[in-house]
Design a binder for this molecule. Structure first.
Ligand code: EPU
Length: 337
């Protein structure tokens, strides 16, 4: 175990915010994890588990212990008649894992290609894009109970998956460290092209026959057009969740705003927060180095030297104006520290 003090986190968060951790420990083995947890039992530092750092906004230095999860390994653990069961360690890059699946022709995750972040965050957040969520392919995960230092297996039913949500963001927040995730990937692909932009993109690319690789390629093209590459412009993807409101309220809002899009699901309707933010005039806004991305208003960006506080203050203003105009309170998707 190597503990580093006052360690710079700028390169470990996709917003590129220049903060430091009081203590930092790279976790590349289960033994290292057990060792640092045992050490911290006496120290009682607040723990922050960092994976890809792509869903976090630091507004100040972190005064506790950062555990940087870099556990590696991908393994086909078994197969049944209809599925491959593939286990990936939490520190693997999600995008590289999807690339591996596409190459092996394992189906089910192709719509989720190019999402930044690591394996460990995928169930935590129930990441999703283009009509697919991780819960659709999730089989089980292993996590270490921070208090008891024991390994616990969580099956799908244990995780309380919701829209960008799981038990690890709710009652079990900061109680477990996810060490591996096993995905159940169908042998026979069920292509999901229902998300409008995918079909258009496939047509544009002249795809005649659907395949896992063709969908992955289309999703990459769509994402690259709309979403900033964190290597070039600091960001954490969607900063807010898309709000879900009663369908009745949605229909009332349609009267003054007839072009308001909505995805109805029975009594509730999900609205694109990007649309609401754009209507409030924020799209393309920039003050110093903090901004609202010009091609997708749901994404807040750091053009270089913005502080976490500046980005946070911008998000506050956005929440206030959206609330004022539409009486809808946006919720942040990104974790704030
Ligand atoms: N829209 C606007 N203006 C904008 C942005 C969006 O009017 O500036 C409207 C358009 O009507 C568009 C609709 O919003 O048709 C939906 O936009 P988009 O397809 O870009 O998706 P989103 O709802 O803004 C969600 C996810 C993304 C995911 C995409 C595609 C959330 C919070 N975000 O965004 O996830 O990639 O769908 O499935 O659910 C992320 O979580 O970090 C993320 C990028």
């Amino acid at each position: 175990m190597q503990l580093l003090e006052n360690y710079a986190l700028k390169s470990f968060n996709s917003f590129g915010i220049a903060v430091s951790a009081k203590y930092y420990c790279n976790i590349s083995s289960n033994e290292a994890l057990q060792e640092v947890l045992a050490w911290n039992k006496k120290q009682h530092h607040q723990i922050l588990v960092l994976g890809g750092g792509s869903n976090i906004l630091f507004t100040k230095n972190f005064e506790g212990l950062v555990l940087h999860n870099t556990l590696k390994g991908i393994e086909l653990v078994r197969e049944s008649e209809h599925y491959y069961y593939v286990r990936a360690m939490a520190g693997e890059s999600w995008h590289e894992f999807v690339q591996y699946c596409v190459k092996q022709n394992y189906a089910g995750v192709e719509n989720l290609i190019l999402i930044p972040g690591n394996i460990g965050a995928t169930p935590m957040q129930n990441i999703g894009a283009y009509g697919v969520e991780i819960k659709d392919v999730f089989y089980e995960l292993e996590a270490v109970d921070i208090e008891a230092q024991s390994l616990v297996v969580f099956k799908k039913g244990d995780c309380n998956f919701g829209y960008r949500d799981s038990i690890f963001k709710q009652t079990l927040k900061n109680k477990f460290i996810i060490t591996s995730v096993t995905y159940e990937l169908p042998k026979l692909p069920k292509y999901n092209t229902s998300y409008g932009a995918i079909e258009m993109e496939l047509e544009k690319q002249g795809v005649k026959e659907l395949s896992i690789a063709a969908i992955a390629k289309a999703v990459i093209a769509i994402r690259q057009r709309k979403l900033p590459d964190p290597q070039q412009i600091g960001n954490a993807g969607s900063f807010f969740k898309n709000p879900v409101i009663p369908t009745e309220k949605y229909l009332q809002l349609k009267k003054p705003y007839p072009t308001l899009p909505g995805y109805a699901d029975g009594a509730s309707t999900k609205l694109p927060a990007g649309w609401l933010i754009e209507q409030c005039g924020w799209k393309g806004y920039r003050k110093e180095d903090a901004g609202c991305y010009a091609l997708q208003a749901l994404v807040l960006v750091n053009y270089g030297k913005a502080t976490g506080e500046e980005i946070y203050n911008l998000s506050e203003k956005i929440i206030q104006t959206v609330q004022h105009k539409f009486e809808i309170v946006l919720e942040r998707e990104v974790n704030i520290y």
